[in-house]
Design a protein around this ligand. Sequence first.
Ligand SMILES: [Fe+2]
Length: 317
Amino acid sequence: MKQKKYKRIDKRLITEGSQIDFNLFLTNETKTHMTLFLQSDSAVDGNAKVRLREIETLYISEEEEDRYKVFVDKQLQSIARNREISTEQKARLVYEKATEAIDSMFKNPESLENVKNVQPVVNSFIEIILNDSSAVESLMKITAHDYYTHTHSINVSIYTLSLGAFLGISGKELEVLGMAAVLHDLGKSKVDYEIINKNGKLTDEEFAQMKHHPSLGHEIALALGITDERILTGIRHHHEKIEGGGYPDNLKGDQISQFARIIGTCDVFDALSTKRSYKDPMTSFESLQLMKQQMVGHLDMDIVNSFIKMLHKQGKS
Ligand SMILES: [Fe+2]
């Protein structure tokens, strides 16, 4: 008989009252065999929750991984809605799950499934941002301060969703905006790894290569079957400049979609406020000041001003 394989899972997702449709296992001290902790098709009751506190790690059988994934998607959103879990904890959990989903997306950007797996993450961010006035602040505390493409994508999504909500974007449209933000740098998966992770400023030639990422991302999105213009332009035009001179299409003003302008603003803010190998991070205040004073022809100042108001409101709540 084929040996069963097990996969470690995040036990914080097994909350009291949830219904599981897969078996949960735990292992003995010497990790030589698995025993059943909770059977499929049962509810996690108070008793199970108490026992769960004593257990370090839970496992599922790999055969049931698909069912577990569906469960995680549903759980993330109900955790985000749960008033008994602190904002800090929620933010941490959702951020961690986002990192996992976006990591796999960048590893294999041609997989439609990987891209689809990102939508529940976006939706759970929306859930906590809309329902909790201190969520953005909590999320900002845990946003990674070192720059990597995947953490940058998450940070930009958080800022974009908060700003979008502040500007009155809601419902399905906010979900689309979140997807556009998550996907905005997808094209970087096609740029040389050494250029993306270079320890220092890029040479002109390297920068020329780097500049292909918006159109490469646009191509990947098209190949995946994404047809929503708001997502496609969000990816392709997030490096365009309001007075022209940006890339790849040298657009101006209204030619740049609202989504691309929002994402472009949040992109710059995250780039300035995170640490790069060749520069220290700026504080939020310094970043905003630079954006306002030195990026007038580059960014849409109405959007920058709204971004400042949104962060200010967050700080006060
Ligand atoms: Fe970019």
